[in-house]
Design a protein. Sequence first.
Length: 63
Amino acid sequence: MPDRNLPCGCTMQWDEEGTTLVFCSRHTVDYFNWDGTDRDFIKVVATPKKSGKTDRIALLEMR
């Protein structure tokens, strides 16, 4: 199962069966207030922010 450490501190693991996300402290709090699907929350965490150049570079390196 491949895994990646995201710039925020979260760790993402995935395989054919699904995706597991181990939250950083910030995203743990955000998840408790989330009013959407788990899948959509994972997309939000894994999508680089437009203001975060480091996030975009790190996600490109994961490909």
